[in-house]
Ligand binder design. Structure first.
Ligand SMILES: NC(=O)c1ccc[n+]([C@@H]2O[C@H](COP(=O)([O-])OP(=O)(O)OC[C@H]3O[C@@H](n4cnc5c(N)ncnc54)[C@H](O)[C@@H]3O)[C@@H](O)[C@H]2O)c1
Ligand SMILES: [Zn+2]
Length: 361
């Protein structure tokens, strides 16, 4: 199947997202075409680099990549400083292009390092997790965690190119792969119900990581994200629909100190809670709740929630940085592929939805 190319508009300039099997092999050519060079420095994690270094042999980048640990605990200013140190040592200048090879953690933190080095140098993302391919590599949000909260430090820094090659997903642990699928379900609910049908009918091929089954899922997801962030890069309105399932999902992550759930798993629960809240209000068709519930159940078990207190989870929502002047822009689903922003959702409604998920009071 030929690769798919999707354009994204950003204030800093348009860029493409290239999706398809073995697109990494064409990365050098793509960079030349987009005049991204001459100097290229790869930043990755030891784990990802061990698994996939051979794919980058022909790239014409500096021979030794910069390796920093990934995983949420490494997503800190200290790791950003290590990337800065390496860039200074390598005498990187304004013409240098950083190539981030890794999951969302590498993408976010290397993106922030590139955004701040010399007030901003160009970055190319080669996302290696499903979550990063369908979500975090596109849209230019970069940043790291602060001891008191996730993603509190950051900036917008759009990439110059994104190359999503499903071949690298072969080595991804099944749980990480599954975590990315919940974000695909999100796109299905908010914009493209065909994705829900495809997940249902081709799940075995998707779980077998057949590029023919995975690449179209990635491409359709990227198309939606690209459309949304092109229209609203800074999340003034439309981009908020991407937060569907994230208000209560984020609350579950925070209530368990970001240790129990993969982000996508929490979003899986968060979507069910948002749908159930919508059904209780009469804005969401019960059939949509049933459909998504069945699909999520079908993907496999989620970590337990019965020991989490709904009250504690609610406290985390109050601290969420997505609150605007004390107002919560809650995204509700009004049908397959349709949403509405609800600004009058009460704490009681959310607490009840969390209790229906199985949380204790
Ligand atoms: N910028 C955005 O718009 C945006 C959007 C969503 C999420 N995020 C961020 O993304 C992060 C989560 O990203 P993630 O889920 O990719 O987690 P991650 O980057 O921590 O990767 C998960 C694990 O998979 C490993 N890994 C990566 N690629 C692999 C491969 N091909 N084979 C085997 N193992 C591989 C990593 O080493 C890591 O242990 C969070 O910090 C979140 O805040 C950002
Ligand atoms: Zn998410």
């Amino acid at each position: 199947m030929p690769p798919t190319r999707i354009g994204v508009t950003a204030a800093a300039g348009a860029y493409s997202v290239l999706i398809g099997e073995d697109t990494i092999a064409t990365l050098g050519h793509e960079l030349d075409e987009a005049r991204l060079g001459p100097r290229r420095i790869i930043v990755s994690s030891p784990r990802v680099w061990d698994l996939h270094r051979a794919r980058f042999r022909k790239l014409g980048a500096d021979r030794t990549p910069v390796l920093v640990d990934d995983g949420e605990r490494s997503k800190t200013m200290a790791t950003v400083a290590r990337v800065h140190d390496a860039l200074v040592k390598a005498k990187a200048d304004r013409s240098t292009v950083v190539i981030a090879v890794g999951g969302g953690v590498i993408g976010d933190l290397v993106g922030f390092a590139a955004a701040t080095y010399l007030r901003g140098i160009r970055i190319v993302h080669v996302p290696t997790t499903l979550l990063a391919q369908v979500d975090s590599a596109i849209g230019g949000k970069t940043g790291v965690n602060h001891a008191l909260g996730k993603n509190l430090i950051g900036s917008f820094h759009a990439p110059s190119l994104v190359v999503a090659d499903p071949v690298v997903l072969d080595t991804l642990p099944r749980r990480e792969f599954r975590a990315g699928l919940y974000e695909v379900i999100k796109y299905g609910v908010i914009a493209e119900p065909g994705l829900l049908d495809r997940l249902r009918t081709t799940l075995p091929a998707i779980f077998a990581r057949e590029p023919g089954a995975v690449a179209p899922l990635v491409a359709d997801s990227c198309r939606i994200k690209a459309r949304v962030v092109s229209a609203d890069e800074r999340e003034g309105g439309l981009r908020r629909i991407l937060n569907f399932g994230h208000t209560m999902g984020h609350a579950l992550e925070a209530a368990t100190k970001f240790k129990r759930f993969r982000h996508g798993e929490a979003v899986g629960y968060g979507m069910l809670a948002a749908l159930s809240l919508g059904v209780a209000r009469g804005v969401t068709p019960p059939a949509l709740y049933e459909e998504v519930h069945e699909l999520i159940t079908h993907l496999g078990p989620l970590p337990p929630v019965s020991d989490i207190s709904a009250r504690e989870a609610m406290a985390a929502i109050g601290r969420d940085k997505k609150m605007v002047a004390g107002t919560l822009h809650f995204v509700g689903a009004t049908g397959r592929g349709a949403t509405a922003t609800l600004t009058d959702v009460t704490a009681t409604e959310m607490r009840n939805a969390l209790k229906r998920l199985g949380l204790r009071p």
